[in-house]
Design a protein around this ligand. Structure first.
Ligand SMILES: NC(=O)c1ccc[n+]([C@@H]2O[C@H](COP(=O)([O-])OP(=O)(O)OC[C@H]3O[C@@H](n4cnc5c(N)ncnc54)[C@H](O)[C@@H]3O)[C@@H](O)[C@H]2O)c1
Length: 458
């Protein structure tokens, strides 16, 4: 088959895999190759058991794979053959040197830029898909143009706004696609090429363009605002617990203000995921770098409240269970950082498990999709941890259940049966406020939601 264009994506992760699968699904005229240095990951993408769980992903990968969607480790060949290169490598928080714990670690990013320069034999459009500090495109351009080989590169910023758990829905029906470009004739031509791809399925009014720096910054700001909303409601949940106000009632009243809207107002044990914390810290680092300490302090507070909320949850369990957890069995319902994903990166469940083990409790962890990752996250912890797929079996003999993830299955559980199998008094700590607390209390549980009065039998 003759393809209209060759598209390459470097990085076959949570973003690269699903976004390219969607482009392949919607644009049969393009050949899409996804490459990665991680050969195991590529082998999984080529297998029946793809490496990422996302509702709907399996179907679209299998419908396009081998037709116009290919997964490979041949990075050099991919670069040579492509017209457009999406770069979707990881940009984690730096763990060493200047900016450790705050700045983005751009080593994978820079290595990719150097590889493109080394192997490219024709003009290319390079698309930043990874989330990057504002002004990164400038560094990319300097690397790419540092040898005079006559090849022209246009760099675009096209940050990805998909949310894990709803990635396919978000990709199919995005609120917006943002494309930032240089405002030169060739930058604008490159921008139009990318618009043309998305326009195959996204209405034009949802495809917005901007200058490249606004585009880079918009992604960081968008994640900072989302996380800020979670920290805002979580901070108020602490006040509700002191004053007998109910956070769900407050959230409903606040959210009915059409200026605010009702999304992202569910209080919880805290936000997780690979992006929110990393991107806010990156924003904080940038602000400090430009001497904007007040702005940096403001955003740093969002992360501080999240840490506080996680620790508060542990202390709530400790206080409620008579100030000792030693030898008590606690069953965690869920480990993923949110429902409908197996991803556990920065999941509050990691911190909470570590703290509970420090208090010498025994853990039984259950999750429909994230147990493999949980085992990796808690590997080497000095304590008793069991990983059990079936929630009923996991709860047997435990003193308490702590809901960590808002998986729908936990709402539909037969809690009378669970209660009968547990040690008494039985506790339930609903870290996501998803359960019917009154009903659980009537079953016999001592119930501790977030931001609401506890329901106890003593
Ligand atoms: N996960 C999300 O929900 C999400 C959403 C929006 C944006 N982002 C951003 O997208 C970027 C990628 O995130 P992710 O979650 O997909 O990361 P990921 O870790 O799942 O995937 C990144 C992949 O890049 C590969 N890689 C690294 N260096 C490479 C190189 N030189 N050549 C080829 N492959 C290389 C890694 O092996 C890995 O498989 C990050 O900047 C992230 O902030 C993530």
């Amino acid at each position: 088959m003759i393809f209209e264009k060759n598209i390459l994506c470097i990085g076959a992760g949570y973003v690269g895999g699903p976004t390219m699968a969607m482009i392949a699904h919607k644009c049969r005229q393009y050949k899409i190759m996804v490459v990665d240095i991680n050969a195991d990951r590529i082998a999984q993408w080529n297998s029946d058991d793809i490496p990422i769980y996302e509702p709907g992903l399996d179907e679209i990968v299998k419908a396009s794979r081998g037709i116009n969607l290919f997964f490979s480790t041949k990075i050099e060949q991919g670069i040579k053959e492509s017209d457009i290169i999406f770069v979707s490598v990881n940009t984690p928080t730096k763990t060493f040197g200047a900016g450790a714990g705050m700045a983005a670690d751009l080593q994978y990013w820079e290595k990719t830029a150097r590889q493109i320069r080394e192997y490219a034999e024709s003009d290319k459009i390079i698309v930043e898909k990874s989330t990057l500090p504002v002004k990164t495109a400038l560094a990319m351009e300097r690397i790419l143009t540092s040898t005079d080989n006559g090849i022209h590169f246009d760099i675009l910023s096209n940050p990805e706004f998909l949310a894990e758990g709803t990635a396919i829905k978000d990709l199919e029906n995005p609120d917006r696609v943002l494309i930032g470009s240089q405002e030169t004739p060739s930058g604008l031509r490159a921008r139009d090429e990318l618009v043309k791809i998305y326009a195959q399925w996204v209405p034009l009014e949802h495809i917005i363009t901007s200058n490249i720096w606004s585009s880079e910054l918009s992604k960081l700001v968008s994640n900072a605002f989302l996380a800020q909303r979670i920290s805002s409601i979580n901070s108020i949940s602490a006040l509700c617990e002191k004053t007998d106000a109910d956070i769900s009632e407050v959230a409903r009243a606040v959210g009915m203000d059409s200026r605010l809207g009702n999304r992202f107002l569910n209080s919880s044990v805290g936000f997780g995921g690979s992006c929110f914390k990393k991107d806010i810290l990156n924003l904080v680092y940038l602000c400090r770098n430009y001497g904007l300490d007040e702005v940096a302090d403001y955003w740093e507070g969002v992360v501080a409240i999240n840490d506080y909320q996680e620790e508060r949850f542990v202390l709530k369990i400790l206080n409620a269970m008579f100030n000792t957890l030693a030898g008590k069995k606690i069953c965690l319902f869920g480990f993923a950082f949110k429902a409908d994903t197996g991803d556990t990166r920065e999941s509050p469940a990691i911190f909470i498990s570590k703290r509970l083990i420090e208090e010498r409790s025994e853990l039984a962890i259950t999750d429909p999709k994230a147990l493999k990752n949980a085992m990796i996250d808690l590997n080497g912890l000095d304590g008793e941890i069991k990983y059990i797929e079936d929630p009923y079996e996991a709860a047997i003999g435990s003193d308490a259940i702590a809901v960590m993830t808002e998986w729908g299955v936990y709402k539909d559980i037969d809690y009378e049966k669970v209660f009968r199998s547990m040690a008494k008094p039985a506790f339930i700590f609903d870290g996501r406020n998803i359960l019917d607390h009154k009903k659980l209390f009537e079953v016999g549980f001592n119930v501790f939601p977030i931001g609401k009065p506890a329901l106890t039998h003593f």
